[in-house]
Design a protein around this ligand. Sequence first.
Ligand SMILES: [Cu+2]
Length: 125
Amino acid sequence: MAVDQVVVTLAGLAGIGVVAWFFWGPRSSGVKAALTPSGRQEATIVVKGAYIPDVIVVEHGKPVRLSFLRQETAACSEEVVFPDFHRRTQLPEGQLVPIDLTPERPGEYEVTCGRGLLRGKIVAR
Ligand SMILES: [Cu+2]
């Protein structure tokens, strides 16, 4: 192979690598909840056009406290829903609202707003 062919081939392989990494590589895997001395895993989520952060990583079988702080007035986000836990909670603007739950099994637990537009998840390991 001539040098230019080698360069093109390597560039092509590198491109494939980047695409493969993008689709199958490790996800930017969310924010790990902080473990408090009491054994509770805690994270704060700001609600402002999205859940920030939108992925919270926890250990299953241990209590989790997510504190939501809604910094907007859009009606869309006034309620947060945890379908797997059968929980719905109102989020008044500007108030820190703690929500306690315990994901008993490893898996992904959806978090949405009342109308299903904002989305996030709890990833339990
Ligand atoms: Cu909504």
